[in-house]
Design a protein around this ligand. Structure first.
Ligand code: CMC
Length: 391
């Protein structure tokens, strides 16, 4: 049965042509449409990077204003969607809610599900990017038993999201520009990452002609796993569990022990065999934010020390394991006030831009056809059915 190339985990199979994101894993380089991620994170904004990913070029001032206005126009969700939320148990994981609610969007927005109509594809893309903060904030509000907060279109994309998440009717919520800036950076750092598992899932789902809302819901489901987007939640839980610097060696030993399934969460990457360039920005941002907010979280010291020990340990050196994007993000999100269950939701919110851009690129590609991997069959050879009384 050796007719096909066997490549478990697709470590050496290119599934598509793509002009969005370039990664050189050995050098630790990540470019979006040619621009280095550190420059985008430090100097650009999430809205601008979204435009860049979707359209291929950085926007002019006017193009950015128009794009932002378009996204802003779509921030509200159908009022009936609130009923959908109330169907979930209060203690549902917000990622479970996200899978359900985003999948349900196709039942609410029938006029943007025809994937052969470029105009409908565009509207669906804008809707998804615009509504994701609203949907994510609603998931949070529902889980803590606070009323949903409507979007405010006088605020920026990121400020509006923070307001919907943290404001309550009883008192004014003061939006801290330090927090907005940090959150916007985190979104930018997560916007796209070429053919990772969730993006490949979105492409595979989309290759059958499924509607974009269903495809993004599939991406969210895939992202949830702890080897992928779920790692930010797992990483912070791990750091809290370690708790103090003196307990680090015990966890390093566990990570190295092949009989123990434990892995250092937020460490290692399929493609990066050098420092993840997103982690560099993330660590710097964590330091800035904690300082500016006056938060003194011992977890940050544990993280930095853990990194140092791991980077000097032969096991991690030999296997080329470095901190990834998820290692420091949790420290920032925690300082901002997000519970760990929300971390992967924030990843999903930001990655929606990449998913949508990749989906559009795929649909517009004349070479596109349904994704259909083959297999190496290992089951029984043909045999005859035996009636139950003879078995
Ligand atoms: N801790 C300890 N050992 C590790 C780790 C880790 N975090 N990551 C990989 N290894 C070891 C692994 O045991 C294996 O050893 P051996 O060759 O002796 O069997 C070797 O390194 C290669 O690992 P692999 O699982 O074959 O590599 P992969 O490319 O399939 O997996 C990964 C990549 C990211 C799933 C993995 O490094 C991992 O599980 N990391 C922890 C979870 C994590 O932080 N994920 C976030 C990834 S970045 C953001 C995102 O994509 O969402």
């Amino acid at each position: 049965t050796g007719m096909f190339t066997y490549d478990p985990g697709f470590t050496s199979t290119a599934s598509c042509d793509s002009g969005l994101t370039y990664i050189d894993g050995d050098k630790g380089i990540l470019l979006h449409r040619g621009y280095p991620i550190d420059q985008l994170a430090e100097q650009s904004s999430f809205m601008e990077v979204s435009y860049l990913l979707l359209n291929g070029e950085l926007p002019s001032k006017k193009e950015l204003e128009d794009f932002t206005r378009t996204i802003t126009r779509h921030t509200m969700v159908h009022e009936q969607l609130t009923t959908f939320y109330r169907g979930f148990r209060r203690d549902a994981h917000p990622m479970a809610i996200m899978c359900g609610v985003v999948g349900a969007l196709s039942a609410f927005y029938h006029d943007s599900t025809d994937i052969n109509d470029p105009e409908q594809r565009k509207i669906a893309s804008h809707r998804l990017i615009a509504k994701m903060p609203t949907i994510a904030a609603m998931a949070y509000k529902y889980s803590v038993g606070q009323p949903f907060v409507y979007p405010r279109n006088d605020l920026s994309y990121t400020a509006n999201f923070l307001n919907m998440t943290f404001s309550v009717p009883a008192e004014e919520y003061v939006i801290d520009p330090v927090v907005v800036d940090a959150m916007d950076k985190i979104f930018t750092l997560h916007a796209d990452h070429e053919q990772n598992a969730s993006t490949s899932t979105v492409r595979l789902a989309g290759s059958s002609g499924a509607n974009p809302f269903a495809c993004i819901a599939a991406g969210i489901a895939c992202l949830w796993g702890p080897a992928h987007g779920g790692a930010n939640e797992a990483a912070l839980n791990m750091l809290r569990e370690i708790g103090t610097v003196d307990r680090i060696p015990e966890y390093i030993a566990r990570a190295k022990n092949k009989d123990d399934p434990f892995r250092l969460m937020g460490f290692g990457h399929r493609v990066y065999k050098n420092y993840d360039p997103r982690a560099t920005v993330m660590q710097k941002t964590a330091k800035d934010v904690l300082e500016k907010l006056g938060v003194n979280d011992p977890i940050f010291d544990v993280a930095k020390e853990l990194e140092q020990i791991a980077l000097n340990d032969p096991y991690f050196i030999e296997k080329k394991l470095y901190p990834n994007v998820d290692f420091y993000s949790g420290v920032i999100l925690s300082a901002i006030g997000f519970p760990t269950e929300m971390f992967t939701v924030l990843f999903a919110l930001a990655r929606t831009v990449g998913w949508v851009a990749q989906w559009n690129e795929m649909i517009s590609d004349p070479a596109q056809k349904i994704g259909r991997p083959r297999q190496l069959y290992t089951g029984p050879a043909q045999r005859d059915y035996v009636p139950v009384e003879k078995r």
